[in-house]
Structure formats: structure tokens, C-alpha cells
Design a protein around this ligand. Structure first.
Ligand SMILES: Cc1cc2nc3c(=O)[nH]c(=O)nc-3n(C[C@H](O)[C@H](O)[C@H](O)COP(=O)(O)O)c2cc1C
Length: 229
């Protein structure tokens, strides 16, 4: 697979995660090793990967995820199935897929949580949050691309952050100095062929030279506050 193909087809894998095949530890190490090559603010890598394989710990995390998903998110205006989209059919399919991950997360043999080590961003100015989160997000995406190159599927999720402290307690993550940023299941995929997603054309979202208010506007964000605890 060349780089363009990988960038165009690395999907949020939920229904096609195969819990029956164990992911070898060395593959996870390789993905982390590649992820560490991502940009790092001040050249200090602050990304930490908590790789959860212990069945009891995974079950505890999956239970927290389900609690938020079913009791807050599923009924909120931010629920993926309630967000207006150009193609309502695709949006509903994506919602069914997100529902499926809630049901399946406890079965997936590896859960990876990317963390920002050294600082929390609660209440931080935008400059600080962008700079600090920007130290983790490229590394996590690299991890996911490296996983894809090895036949593994991932799905970027932030659902559990509504109860981040509870997950920190389960895993012994020092909540006051380490911020969790993203959680992904990690498993071999059922089949290796994935397609492109339905996204806007480049020209709909490129603002040449200056901000152009005639360009595609993103819908208002109304979901996050409803999920946060
Ligand atoms: C910041 C962020 C948070 C996300 N949180 C969740 C989540 O909590 N649960 C989930 O199932 N998917 C989550 N997703 C995955 C998106 O729903 C997914 O990218 C979208 O459905 C499009 O699918 P695709 O990436 O395969 O094109 C998240 C994605 C991003 C970028």
C-alpha cells in the first residue's frame, strides 16, 4: 500500500475488529516506535501510550465507555446519528457502527490510550492547548497508520474522557499531571480492504490567501458540553 492509499483509506474500524486474533506485543512496539517520529513541541516527546491488555482492566474501561455512551451520549444532540450530514444514509450507517463499538469494546484484546505527560489543559488558553495537544495528536495518528500497515484496525475515540478521572483511577494514571487524549481499540481487521470516506472536495475547504466566508462552513458544535461530566 502506498502512502496516499493509506492516508485515504485508514478508517475508524469498529465492526470489522477481529477479537479472535491476538495482536503480538512486538507489533505494538513497532507502532509506538514509528509514532515517536512524529513532530514533538520543543523537541520533547510528551506522548505516552498506555497499552491495556489485562482483561479485567479492559472490562472496566469498556464499562465506563458504555456508561457514557448509553446514558449521556446516545441521547444527546451530539450523537452521531443526530448530527445533520450531506448524506443521511451514510451518517446513519456510521451511527450503527459507533453503536457497535460500544457493544464490542469489552471483547477487543488491546486498548491503547494516548496521554499527554506533564500537564493538564483544563481551562488552558487556546495557545497552550493547541501547542500541547499538538504534541500528542500527530503521534497518535502515526500510531494508527503504522497499525494499518500491519493489518491492524483502530478507531479514534474520546468518549471515555467524560469520565477521564475514573479511567485514570483504573489504570493508575496520575490525573493531575497526565492528560488522556485519545483511546483506540487495537485488533486485526476482518479483511484488509477499506475505502475512502465521503468528505468535502478540497476546494470547498481551502481558503486561498484569506479567510473566505463563501466556503463550506462547519455545523455548530453542540454535542461536547452535553457529554462532559
Ligand atoms: C476527536 C475525535 C473523537 C472521536 N470520538 C469517537 C468516539 O468516542 N467513538 C467513536 O466510535 N468514534 C469516534 N470518533 C471517530 C469518528 O466517529 C470517525 O472518524 C467518523 O465516524 C468518520 O469515520 P472514518 O474515520 O472511518 O471516516 C472520533 C473521531 C475524532 C477525530
Amino acid at each position: 500500500m502506498d502512502a496516499d492509499e493509506m492516508l485515504a483509506t485508514t478508517r475508524a474500524v469498529r465492526k470489522r475488529l477481529d477479537p479472535s486474533r491476538e495482536v503480538p506485543e512486538n507489533l505494538i512496539r513497532e507502532c509506538v516506535d514509528l509514532a515517536l517520529q512524529a513532530p514533538a513541541g520543543s523537541n520533547v516527546p510528551r506522548t505516552r501510550f498506555v497499552v491495556v491488555r489485562d482483561p479485567e482492566l479492559r472490562a472496566a474501561i469498556a464499562e465506563i465507555y458504555s456508561d457514557i455512551y448509553l446514558n449521556s451520549y446516545r441521547e444527546s444532540a451530539g450523537y452521531i446519528g443526530r448530527v445533520e450530514a450531506k448524506d443521511a444514509g451514510i451518517q446513519q450507517r456510521t451511527a450503527r457502527s459507533a453503536d457497535a463499538l460500544e457493544r464490542a469494546l469489552h471483547e477487543v484484546g488491546t486498548i491503547v490510550i494516548a496521554c499527554l505527560d506533564g500537564v493538564r489543559l483544563d481551562g488552558s488558553p487556546a495557545f497552550a492547548s493547541a501547542s500541547m495537544l499538538g504534541g500528542v495528536l500527530p503521534a497518535m495518528w502515526s500510531f494508527m497508520l503504522a497499525a494499518r500497515a500491519r493489518g491492524l484496525g483502530t478507531c479514534w475515540t474520546t468518549m471515555h474522557l467524560a469520565r477521564e478521572r475514573d479511567v485514570a483511577d483504573v489504570l493508575g494514571i496520575p490525573f493531575d499531571t497526565v492528560q488522556q487524549v485519545c483511546l483506540t481499540p487495537l485488533a486485526y481487521t476482518k479483511g484488509e480492504k477499506f475505502g475512502r470516506a465521503d468528505r468535502p472536495e478540497a476546494d470547498e475547504i481551502i481558503h486561498w490567501d484569506r479567510w473566505d466566508s463563501g466556503k463550506l462552513a462547519a455545523p455548530p458544535m453542540n454535542g461536547i458540553a452535553r457529554v462532559s461530566s
